[in-house]
Design a protein around this ligand. Structure first.
Ligand code: SAM
Length: 304
């Protein structure tokens, strides 16, 4: 699975460490160590995780359609709920891969508590390119590349890890869809003192308001308002990344046209639309309920 790269077990855990961190990954690890993301609810249990998946049409169908006997990786898994959920009750081999040890530790403790053997935790920097080419059937990378110096270069690396016919899902901040968050970020930066500005954001941000867990509220606040590295992207830009790396477009959320997203069959090929229809769709996304999630859009592809 790994390239010829230095690996060791992190003392006192089953987490495997691969390669060395770049300067930026060190910085990111320092940031998330203080507030691992997305973190667990105060009393989160395996039942809650399964329940969340069952209530989310996208995740429910994703897990179902991925099938069994597969090799999956979540790049930048944070506290790794998605990896844990995808591994649970399957014989899939899931790798939760992240640059922040403190985040992986929380996920690993959860899998130990519930005896979930097929989710494995790997600490490393994606830019050290630690995995073999064409190894995984499924690569998921959401909320990660826009926190790196070179999102496109990062995409090139992780798409190499995908087998022919394998599926990749990438989630990034959308240039248009994130404008509501950008407006709140602007208000936050204009206000003083810090404690007051933070209180205003806790009142304005819909995700913070809907959370009951204090640690999750704090993790979201840190990630959305204090992150040192953040970039934004468009559908047409990601389609160019896909073309350059031999990835065929399958679908996106939002779609590239006025078509509705078919959450029940996200692997059904959609139209790429035109630059104009993509802009209109991203504008509609800005005013729709999904832009609550910080304007994160998903693009799904299949390796040719
Ligand atoms: C916003 S969190 C997203 C966590 C998870 N994907 C989610 O959506 O809930 C970003 C994660 O990316 C990880 N990350 C950032 N740069 C990375 C890199 N170069 N290599 C591996 N992980 C990285 C961070 O440690 C952090 O846990």
């Amino acid at each position: 699975m790994f390239k010829k790269i230095k690996t060791k077990i992190v003392a006192g855990t089953s987490i495997l460490q691969v390669g060395a961190h770049s300067e930026t990954a060190e910085k990111v690890q320092g940031f998330y160590a203080k507030s691992p993301f997305p973190n667990f609810d105060d009393h989160a249990s395996l039942v809650d995780l399964v329940d969340n998946k069952n209530k989310n049409t996208f995740l429910y169908n994703l897990k179902d359609q991925l099938g069994l006997g597969k090799k999956l990786i979540e790049v930048g898994s944070g506290t790794s709920q998605l990896s844990i959920m995808l591994s649970h009750g399957t014989n899939n081999q899931v790798i939760a891969f992240d640059a922040t040890l403190d985040s992986l530790r929380l996920g690993e403790a959860f899998t130990r508590k519930y005896n979930l053997p097929n989710c494995n935790f790997v600490l490393g920097d994606l830019f050290s390119d630690p995995f073999e080419d064409e190894f995984f059937d499924f690569v998921w990378c959401s909320g990660v590349l826009h926190h790196t110096d070179d999102p496109e270069g990062g995409f090139e690396i992780i798409s190499k890890w995908l087998k022919k016919d394998g599926i990749i899902i990438v989630g990034l901040y959308n240039k248009i869809g994130r404008l509501r968050t950008n407006f709140r970020q602007f208000i936050f930066r204009c206000m003083r003192p810090f404690w007051f500005a933070k209180k205003v954001i806790f009142f304005l941000d819909p995700i913070i308001r809907s959370q009951t867990s204090k640690v999750k509220k704090e993790a979201w606040f840190q990630d959305q308002y204090l992150h040192p590295i953040e970039s934004k992207h468009t559908l047409s830009e990601i389609l160019k990344w896909f073309d350059a790396n031999g990835i065929g477009f399958v679908s996106s959320v939002p779609t590239c046209t006025s078509e509705q997203v078919n959450m029940k069959n996200i692997f059904k090929i959609q139209s790429r639309g035109s630059v104009l229809s993509q802009i209109v769709s991203q504008l509609a996304f800005l005013f729709g309920p999904n832009s609550r999630e910080g304007g994160l859009f998903l693009v799904i592809g299949r390796k040719r």
